[in-house]
Each structure stands twice: as C-alpha cells, then as structure tokens.
Design a protein around this ligand. Sequence first.
Ligand SMILES: Nc1ncnc2c1ncn2[C@@H]1O[C@H](COP(=O)(O)OP(=O)(O)O)[C@@H](O)[C@H]1O
Ligand SMILES: [Mg+2]
Length: 246
Amino acid sequence: MPLDARHPAIELEDVSFSYRPRQPVLTGVDLAVEEGEFVAVAGPNGGGKTTLVRLALGLARPQSGTARLYGEPARSFSRRDALGYVPQRAQLGTQGPVTVREVVSAGRLARGSLLGPLRRGDRAIVDEAIADVGLTALADAPLGNLSGGQQQRAFIAKAFAGEPSLLVLDEPTAGVDAESQDALARLLDRLRRDRRVTTLYVSHEFGAVEDIVERLVLVRGGIVFDGPPRTLPAEWHDPSHAHARD
Ligand SMILES: Nc1ncnc2c1ncn2[C@@H]1O[C@H](COP(=O)(O)OP(=O)(O)O)[C@@H](O)[C@H]1O
Ligand SMILES: [Mg+2]
C-alpha cells in the first residue's frame, strides 16, 4: 500500500520534551518535512538533535504537542517498514561474528512481508546496497574486523536495503573519512533524485551536505533556524557559538 502523500512525511507540532522534570531538552518544536525533501539537522552537541529525531520517529513520547508520520500518530505508525533509521553510533550487540552481508540482509528482512530466505531479487538489492557504500570487497568479512567508519557504512547499507521512503541518519559520518563523507552525500542526493527518498541527515556539522541540501534545521533546545543553508546568519557559523554547550 502506498504511503499517504497528502501528509508530510514528518510533522511535529508544538512539541516539548524533557528527560527530567524542569529540565527541558526541546521546547515548542514545529517541523514539517515534506515527502522527497532532503533536510540537514545540525546544531551543537547536546542541542537535542537525537531527541528530536526519536520524537519524530515515535521512539520517544513528547510531554506536550504531537508527532505524526505520514499523517498517523508517530507512536503507532503502521508502516515501520517504510522507515530507515541509522541511530547515532549504531553498534553491533554481542551477537558474535556477523558479516557485513548478514547485517545488510537483516535490513532487507526487516521489511516485514518477507518470511524465510531472501529471494534472488532481495539478494541483488543487498549486494547493491553494499556496493553503494563501497564495501563490496568486505562483504563477507566479519563486522568486528572493520574500522568504525566501515561499520557505520555497513549500517547505512542495512537501512538502504529496506528501500525506505524515509531515511534518517543520525551522525552518519562520525569516524568516517572526508572522502567517504562526500561519497555518502552524493549517494543520498542520488537516492532523493531517483527514488524521492525523504532524508533527514543529522550532524553537528553539515559541511559534506551543504551544497546538496535545500534546507537546514538548526537545533539548540528548539529549532533556532530553518531555511536554506546559504541564508544561515553568520553568527551561527561561528564555531564558538555552535559549540557553546559542548
Ligand atoms: N536518555 C537520556 N537521559 C537523560 N538525558 C538525556 C538522555 N539523552 C539525552 N539527554 C540529554 O538531552 C540533551 C540533548 O541530547 P541529544 O538529543 O542527544 O542532543 P544531540 O543529539 O544534539 O547531541 C543533552 O543535554 C543530553 O545530555
Ligand atoms: Mg545526537
């Protein structure tokens, strides 16, 4: 069943959230991300980016306000298989030696309708996702043998393998070299053009995607800027300002 295109992919209305009483992390957040948009979410460490993403995906409950995905309450969204989420510092648990291909295949299985072994078409999609992140040569290597950046790319491939309508990447470039960051940015741009994948790219710095995104959302206890990156006030470029709460 296609997703309901009459509604924004993500919709937060006057959302406030705190982990502890009287210590608000986010206040009065309004955000609508339309289908097919590529949005960078930036801001200082501790500003609330990860929290905002978790609220948007229905993984945390706002103290006040509403969060919707494609028009449905985010907490009870019926099409989880349409979401690709790479959490910050995605890490393998203690499941023992798992190969890159197995991790990425799990992203294909998670699509829901599939039971049993992957079909040939699914295997091709898994291979393509592995190639997209440049890990073909390491496809059958245990994930534990890979560098942090390579592991991160494997988790990104896992999300790709589910062919999501909405892709949310939280700090996908932590530990990833500049060349791979650029490659990822180009890949995300292509996915948006070819498949209209709605993308939320969360990073405390957005240099790698600055030329690609049409919209930048700055999060610091709330949304303090929302617009094209080129219209970002100079004060927000100031590193001392951006990292004031580090
Ligand atoms: N599980 C948690 N319990 C308590 N406080 C938290 C938790 N997660 C995050 N915080 C606090 O909430 C604030 C926002 O964190 P976070 O959303 O992770 O910001 P960002 O992703 O921008 O670095 C920070 O002050 C952080 O310490
Ligand atoms: Mg974070």
